[in-house]
Write a protein that binds this ligand. Structure first.
Ligand code: FAD
Length: 260
């Protein structure tokens, strides 16, 4: 299988770098092909702007979605965007690896998503009508592929538990899992999380690597997060609200999960 790791950490001697190196080696030992987009090493451009769309006339008002749509259709995207899209198409599974920074993605990785996820590639795909609101949330150009986050945190596991002060980790990651991965079609696996990083020592690292190896071995077999599909009948279209008979009386992020 082909695995793309999109990796965002500025320091090659960091804990994240060591975990990334372990993951690459482990996957290759299992016979997989691996590509790494090491965003800091690549000096990946983090901001989406008009320079990303090579044919965009400088004097014209810049509409990011429209410029993205035209550039994808006409082959006039910046080379780095097209190269990352080709890697996504090559991959059977994609891992986004990052330290949690201010409860989200480091800016360089957020920028990777903004720039690489072009109109017609990750959004604006499929029929948009009163009956079908695009191929998204379980359908799309990246359907059939799997994705997983590898995320490290200074906070403790308890801080991210159901009643923890930071909020449950799955709630914090919901915009990434649901909005950035499930939206263009990925099946999203539960995250591989490393907590309380400042206490990491060689025993902790050995344990983390063993747990990571298990998760990497389960990339093709572990059950994905059971998000409801937009076009599976659970949502009223075009309002895109969950039908009232499903999870009655409930609200919040968890209603978008299939219940047992
Ligand atoms: P490093 O600092 O590189 O390493 C952590 C520890 O692991 C060190 O003690 C190091 O000695 C040890 N180590 C490194 N490599 C190895 C190895 N090979 N073997 C054994 N031990 C090793 N945390 C939160 O919980 N929530 C937040 O919202 C949040 N926001 C942040 C925002 C910013 C801007 C920053 C800078 C940090 C934030 N943090 C937050 C903390 C952050 O998530 C952690 O610092 C980060 O996850 C640690 O990963 P690292 O790769 O940088 O670790």
């Amino acid at each position: 299988m082909n695995i793309l790791i999109v990796y965002a950490h500025p320091e090659p001697r960091s804990l994240n770098a060591a975990l990334k190196d372990f993951a690459v080696e482990h996957l290759r030992q299992q016979g997989h092909s691996v590509q790494v987009s090491d965003l800091y090493a690549m000096k990946f451009k983090a901001v989406l702007d008009a320079d990303d769309y090579l044919a965009h006339p400088a004097a014209e008002r810049f509409n990011p979605s429209e410029a993205s749509r035209l550039a994808l259709a006409n082959g006039t995207q910046a080379d780095d965007i097209a190269a990352e899209q080709a890697k996504l198409q090559w991959a059977d599974a994609v891992i986004l690896q990052f330290p949690l920074w201010w409860f989200g993605l480091p800016a360089i990785l957020k920028g990777w998503v903004e720039r690489v996820y072009a109109y017609g590639f990750a959004y604006g795909v499929g029929e948009h009508s009163d009956h079908h609101w695009g191929d998204r949330y379980g359908e799309g150009r990246l359907a059939g592929k799997r994705a997983m986050l590898m995320v490290s945190m200074g906070g403790w596991a308890s801080h991210y538990s159901e009643r923890g002060i930071n909020g449950p980790l799955n709630d914090i990651l919901f915009p990434i899992h649901h909005g950035m991965l499930f939206y263009p079609g990925f099946e999203v696996l539960p995250p591989f999380a490393v907590y309380r990083t400042s206490r990491m020592d060689s025993d902790g690292f050995t344990t983390a690597c063993a747990q990571l190896a298990q998760r990497l071995d389960g990339l093709w077999t572990d059950a994905p997060i059971a998000f409801r599909r937009q076009n599976g009948g659970d949502y009223a279209i075009p309002a895109l609200t969950l039908r009232p008979e499903l999870a009655p009386g409930e609200s919040g992020l968890s209603v978008h999960l299939l219940h047992d």
